[in-house]
Every structure is written in structure tokens, then in C-alpha cells.
Design a protein around this ligand. Sequence first.
Ligand code: SAH
Ligand code: SF4
Ligand code: F3S
Length: 440
Amino acid sequence: MTGERKLYIRTYGCQMNVYDSERMAEALAPSGYALTDTPEEADLILLNTCHIREKAAEKVYSELGRLKPLKSANPDLKIGVAGCVAQAEGEEILRRQPLVDLVVGPQSYHRLPELEARARAGGAVVDTDFPAEDKFEHLGARPKASRGPTAFLTVQEGCDKFCAFCVVPYTRGAEVSRPVERVLAEARDLVARGVREITLLGQNVNAYHGIGPDGEDWSLARLIRALAEIEGLARIRYTTSHPNDMTDDLIAAHGEVEKLMPYLHLPVQSGSDRILKAMNRKHTAESYIRLIERIRAARPDILISGDFIVGFPGETEEDFEATLALVREVRYGQCYSFRYSPRPGTPAAERAQVAPEVASERLTRLQALLEAQQREVQQEMVGRTLEVLFEKPGRMAGQMVGKSPHLHAVHVSGGDIAVGDIRPVRITASASHSLAGELA
Ligand code: SAH
Ligand code: SF4
Ligand code: F3S
């Protein structure tokens, strides 16, 4: 363990990639790698990539092009592509960009030390298997060093839902849940290292069904209740959920588990039943709205966030207006909206496409509505006193930045605040992307 070699990782895509990047760095530490923020001094550069939309996938190739001079400057530099583009494109990456030495899919990260050694010995290496062994079991123990107050923890991975637009079932594979005791041990370990808030991750996190110590399948709700028993852990969040897996026990947990934060990311994609059917979402606009009502009955102040796709094949103006109507009814506090991007190998990519200028114009209208709602919901926080978990110093002297229970960024100046503190803050103002307040 020399620690003399430098590893640079660039992460794209969702939070699961952020978690995976941490685990990859840990997996490579025994091979002598320490993280660096400077690609110029790296001996190994890993791009942890995303394949969800065309733009995300193309970023990888432009980034690889930019790395070319580094490779000429340092002949020992190895370049690897990890993540969902690696899984989706495999060998094709080597054909398009011969400077790549290593391609590794998301289910093979535990093999990184061996793959890196092989790449160093000469010749490009590709591993995009879905191995029978569980990568988490083979990734080994996590380091003991102290760390920041918030952490991601992957509890479930993969997806069996096959929405007609989506690459995730192909890049991440079938749904797999980690055993309860592994999750609890990792959470206790994170808390011992200073973590106060854990966000449980999964492509369909609420489909979690890990095997418990009693030999039974535990639901996400049951897992959350067990996590809430951990002393020192103050906050629990989870993402991303699918409407069809929002079970009664999970809804009840939102009303009963104090540590479970009042924020729920529940993508709906469209407000038109015709389009939802074509997307293979297996729920209707009406069932989604009724579901939100039940969640709000359990936890009235919960902030709902969502994802939308506009311009899905076959979407008419009428379908799009149904989406706007759903948005008005739900009232979102946070949202992500995208123009449909045809992805190779997915059923919807083969269908007749909506004209790009029509889709762009709809996206503009939807985003105007969503932004207005977000501003309103954020504005309503002004005058309230909220518990804020402080994460880092702000840009101004003496300023600290933290997160409210509803995941709004909150800036506070003055007062004796340390990173990791949770303090009541009276919210005084709402800016475009954050709140300001003073210690109560
Ligand atoms: N597992 C999550 C979302 C995964 S992808 C879920 O089921 O909701 C994150 C978001 O990207 C999706 O919710 C969707 O809004 C968007 N997305 C996925 N595929 C897309 C595509 N082909 N074009 C445009 N947006 C897409
Ligand atoms: Fe993709 Fe649908 Fe699975 Fe979400 S539920 S990851 S959108 S296939
Ligand atoms: Fe992207 Fe893969 Fe996440 S496609 S959104 S990095 S699961």
C-alpha cells in the first residue's frame, strides 16, 4: 500500500454514480491509489458515465477527446470508462476512442484492482459482465476516516420495470436488494465517521426487499424503521421511488418516523393516460394524484418532487396539456424535466418521433410552470423556523450553508455554527435557488 499513485474520477449522472465513485476509489486504494482533484497529475483517470439521454452519453466522448494531450504528456497514464455508457457500449468505446485502456460496467467494480493491473500489463481490458457474485460483498470494508455529515448508501440496484424510454434496466441489470444487516452495518459505520444524514439509493428504492436477520424479506419501510433506531443518525431520505411501489407501510412511515425527512421524489413522467400506457408506466394520472393525496394525509408538509419527459413518441398537444393539468393539481416543490431522447435498444426509440421544435416548445412551457411552483413553495418557507443540517461554509465570510428538511439550501450568517450541526433557523428570505435565515 504505497499510496503513491494518483486517481482522478469524474462522475456523471445520478446519485448512484456518486456512491459508486466513492466505492471505486476505496477499491483501488490497496493498489496504491490516492484521489486527486487534478487530472494532470493522475496515473489513472476514470470517467463514471451516464447513458440516460443522448447528451449525457456524448459527453463521454468529448471528455475523452480532451484527455488526449494528458496521455501524450504521461505515457503511464491509464484511462478507464465506468458506469452506464461502459455497460451499454462496451467494446464499441475502444473502437470510437482507442486511447481508452479499461471499460468496466457498474456490476464489476469489485474487479477493478485486477482489471487495472491487467490494463497496466498491456492491452485494453473490457468487463461488462453481470457477475453472479455480489459486488458489494467483494468490495470489502470501507475506510474508517471521518467524513462529511451527509452520505449516500445504495440499498437496491437495477430495475425490472422496462419503461419504454429507459436504458436503466439494460445498464444496471435486474433489481437486486442488499441484505438488511449489510445496510445497517454500513449505516452504523457511516454514523461513527460523522455522518448525520443518510440518503438510501436505488433505481427503484421503494421496491427494496432485502433479506432480514429473521430470514424474511424486509420492505423499505421496515428498513427505515430499523435505521431510525441508530443513535446519532438524525435524518433519513431515499430516492428514487416508483409510484407503483409506494406501499401503505411506506406511506405510514412518513407520518410516524420522525427521522424520515418530509421530501419525496416521485417521478410521474406524463399526465396523459394514453402516453403513460405507451411508456409502460403501469399507472394512470388519476392513481398518481390519489397516491399523492394519501402521502400528504400522512405527512402534510411533505415536499413532492418529480421527473417529466415531454415529446415522447405520439404525444399530442392534448396529451401535453394533461401533463400541465397534473402539475397544477400536484403542486411540485422541485422538478426535473427533459425532452424525450431516443435511446438505442429501447422500444420507444423505434416509434415515430415528435418534431424536435415542438418538443422544445413544450419543454419551455412546462418548465415555466414548474419553476413558478417551485418559487411559490420555497417562498412559503419564509417566516417558518426549520431545522437545518449544516454542510459547509458559504461563499461569504462567517456564512454557513445547510439543508432544510425539505432539501432547500439555507444560508446563515453569524452565530457559532459547525459543520454537522443541526440548528433551528428562522427563514427570512427566499432567493432563486436557496433560502436565507438566522439562528432561532
Ligand atoms: N428510476 C427512476 C428514474 C431514472 S432516470 C424512475 O423510475 O423514476 C431519471 C429520469 O430521467 C427519469 O425519471 C426520466 O424522467 C428521465 N429519462 C429517462 N430516460 C429518458 C429518455 N430516454 N429521454 C428523456 N428523459 C429520460
Ligand atoms: Fe427507468 Fe422506468 Fe426503471 Fe425508472 S422505473 S429506472 S424510468 S425503467
Ligand atoms: Fe445515468 Fe446510469 Fe444513473 S444511465 S441516471 S448513471 S443509472
